[in-house]
Design a protein around this ligand. Structure first.
Ligand SMILES: [Zn+2]
Length: 91
């Protein structure tokens, strides 16, 4: 499979390269291509941004409805997922 930039692999490999999920030899093929392809470096950067954003999410367990006294008074989307966003952002 050849992509528009000429890379002989799918963008899944770029994502896999970032996560260390592809073989070492495939990783070398991706790395070699990245050296001279700005479009794929941009794609790698986008994948990295998404991965970093997702790693910032906090896992929140389901509320314990049998013990309402332990429920927080109010949970906002910001409390659950977006603690690190600038407070000037309106969600
Ligand atoms: Zn490319």
């Amino acid at each position: 499979m050849t992509q528009s930039c000429g890379r002989p692999f799918s963008e899944d490999w770029i994502s896999g390269y970032l996560d260390g999920a592809i073989s070492r030899s495939d990783g070398r093929r991706v790395q070699t291509h990245l050296r001279h392809c700005a479009a794929c470096r941009r794609l790698l950067s986008d994948f990295r941004e998404v991965r970093d954003l997702l790693s910032g999410f906090h896992q929140v367990g389901a509320p314990d409805l049998d013990r309402p006294e332990r429920l927080p008074a109010q949970i906002t989307v910001r409390d659950m997922f977006c603690k690190d966003l600038p407070s000037s952002w309106i969600l």
